[in-house]
Design a protein around this ligand. Sequence first.
Ligand SMILES: NC(=O)C1=CN([C@@H]2O[C@H](COP(=O)(O)OP(=O)(O)OC[C@H]3O[C@@H](n4cnc5c(N)ncnc54)[C@H](O)[C@@H]3O)[C@@H](O)[C@H]2O)C=CC1
Ligand SMILES: CC(C)CC(=O)C(=O)O
Ligand SMILES: [Mg+2]
Length: 392
Amino acid sequence: MKARIVTLPGDGVGPEVTAAAVAVLHAVAARYGHEFVFDEQLIGGGAIDATGEPLPSASLAACQAADAVLLGAVGGPKWSDPNAPVRPEQGLLALRAALGVYANLRPLQVHPSLANLSPLKNDRLRHVDVLFVRELTGGMYFGARTRSADAATDECRYTVAEIERVVRRAFELARDRRRHVTSVDKANVLETSRLWRSTVQRIAADYPDVKLEHQLVDSMAMLLLTRPNRYDVVVTENLFGDILTDEAAALAGSLGLLPSASLGDRAPSSGPAGHLLPATGEGSSVRPAAASTLMGLYEPIHGSAPDIAGQGVANPVGAILSAALLLRHSLQLEAEAVAIEAAVEQVLRHGPHSRDIGGQAGTAEVLDAVLAAIEDHADNAAAFFCGARACG
Ligand SMILES: NC(=O)C1=CN([C@@H]2O[C@H](COP(=O)(O)OP(=O)(O)OC[C@H]3O[C@@H](n4cnc5c(N)ncnc54)[C@H](O)[C@@H]3O)[C@@H](O)[C@H]2O)C=CC1
Ligand SMILES: CC(C)CC(=O)C(=O)O
Ligand SMILES: [Mg+2]
């Protein structure tokens, strides 16, 4: 397959972990016979420094023409003055909105060999497998803001259509899992949450095979720590999802471990003119990406981690697993996604581990171990295939 992937390394540890994820994608392309063309663009603080804009129009245009986008992180102390006229985070929000990636999937699993890193007792962490589906392009992050000398407001607005599409996505995803959706809101106080809850209830009628429960966000924050293994798919609005998933990362052992996929709707199969279609290139012998590509933005859930930026110690696992999600969701390369996930699993089981998960390894050492494990996985898969077909 041939695919065009825009990379947006961004700020702080963003470039360090994105470089690792790109190295993994290069390895997968070489091993499985794909051609991935990478196009690096500016976003965030670096883009402000270079152009005055957190999302330059050239970056956005490149993303809109790509098969998928891989992002590191944006922000940092240099651009965090509360009175700054423009902020790196605005670039990321603008990108999410422009790409229409309204469903942010944030899977959480607790690897058994890391369970002792969590502040929770080990028995609470057994069989934790949660898929958070966070609404990503509405709510307070996108509402009108006002500021006067002694007051400020941030509007939280949701339409029925915005709620409906992300909730449907959550129910669809639950059908491929344990068929249990927990919808998180604050319906005892907020009007947007009451609209959210009544919309969820109506949609649930179309999914009688999926069990639905509602949970208020404050008690959910507590239940996530006390009974994390009772949840399957958790769907919630933008701000609540942002907060709950950072909390959830503490269960896994580090914020550096968690990936995400932000998805829009599949583009219609409109033939070569569709802007989401890949460039195939003259005389290319590789297959183009699927005709109805799913626009996706892939990023680790962590931020730019200024406290460790530039030291070569950031955990690249969240970014590498985001690359696996890119292969799965945007390029439909399931076997390749599984190869990356299996490689990461092997490295989490046997090491080397980065500092945030109790080891001494730097980013490069973890990356090298993942690359070696990908080769092992591909060799084993080839041997199995050959054995099954009795080829020489
Ligand atoms: N998607 C994005 O680009 C996001 C950007 N940010 C921005 O990042 C900046 C810093 O925000 P913080 O609140 O400090 O959150 P953060 O996620 O950058 O860091 C929180 C803590 O987690 C650690 N950490 C994060 N990623 C890690 C990794 N890969 N390996 C090892 N340790 C890691 C950091 O060292 C820090 O101690 C801010 O400007 C914020 O706006 C924050 C969250 C998301
Ligand atoms: C705009 C981002 C900085 C918000 C965030 O923390 C996130 O999406 O995880
Ligand atoms: Mg966040």
